[in-house]
Design a protein around this ligand. Sequence first.
Ligand SMILES: Nc1ncnc2c1ncn2[C@@H]1O[C@H](COP(=O)(O)OP(=O)(O)OP(=O)(O)O)[C@@H](O)[C@H]1O
Length: 306
Amino acid sequence: MNHSLRLDGVVKRFGDRTAVDGLSFAVPPGEVFGFLGGNGAGKTTSLRMVLDIIRPDAGSIEVLGHAPGREVGRRLGFLPEERGLYRSMTALDTVVYFGRLKGMSAVDARVRARALLDRFGLSANLKTNVDKLSKGMAQKVQLATAVVNAPDLLILDEPFSGLDPVNQGLLEDEITGAARGGAAVVFSTHVMQHAERLCDRLLLLAHGAKLFDGTQDEARAMLPARLELVARTDPAGLDGVESTAAQGDAGDGWTRWRVELSPGRDPGDLLQQCTARGVPLRRFEQHRPGLHDVFISIVGSAEVRS
Ligand SMILES: Nc1ncnc2c1ncn2[C@@H]1O[C@H](COP(=O)(O)OP(=O)(O)OP(=O)(O)O)[C@@H](O)[C@H]1O
């Protein structure tokens, strides 16, 4: 399969600390890939290796079919975690400058920079020096520098931090738009709501090692399904039920139950069993675990183990 980014057994050590520990994953074109992990998990270190800012101690990285480096760098876009632009340059000149660095002609860079800044609501600030812009506005200028060359691989390190909800929405649109145009987008975050809305697939990292890599549905399937039932009898004996807890009287001999299924069991099977065995039900409600629950369950338990 054709991949925009592939890491294979990548290791990075700083002294006796292993920041990235045998990391492997691949991202195809057109995919939004969430790179999730708590503080110090190794996200930034991994992304910096993809960008050839630092080199791995072991393993291999392939970026758009090449080794990381200057040549392929022209087809990349990058928003670093530490934001910062050359402050005495205007917004427009800053974006044009990055376009030129990526090999664009002066005319193309200017046209594209104007269009982007316009789209980001900054058309009145084209000639404003970056140090006169608000923090959020400066972040949008920096986002424009990351996408000015319409990159084939867009890498965003904690892109949502510091943006208000309107600008977070704008960034989400930029990410989905880039992916629709065929780019692979990799973004790191520890804010699960963004991952939930955006990711086709996600990777969970803890202590530099991969704990999970797959779709959101696959991630959710790792947690036991939780249900709320209103039934006359305790559903504990039914196949696939891990535990039940009575939550209170629902009147007329009915009881509210919280039911947890064994991991991987399908709530639909339980409903079928109830029907087949004539177990009367007044309510059958499934609680879909959020990515936050998955994160706490998988990453949290890894933290406890270490
Ligand atoms: N240049 C460096 N020298 C020494 N140790 C480093 C260096 N860069 C990162 N580390 C260590 O490597 C580990 C991973 O750090 P990294 O910045 O990659 O994590 P992260 O997942 O991006 O965290 P955060 O969400 O807090 O930004 C940490 O323990 C960090 O202290």
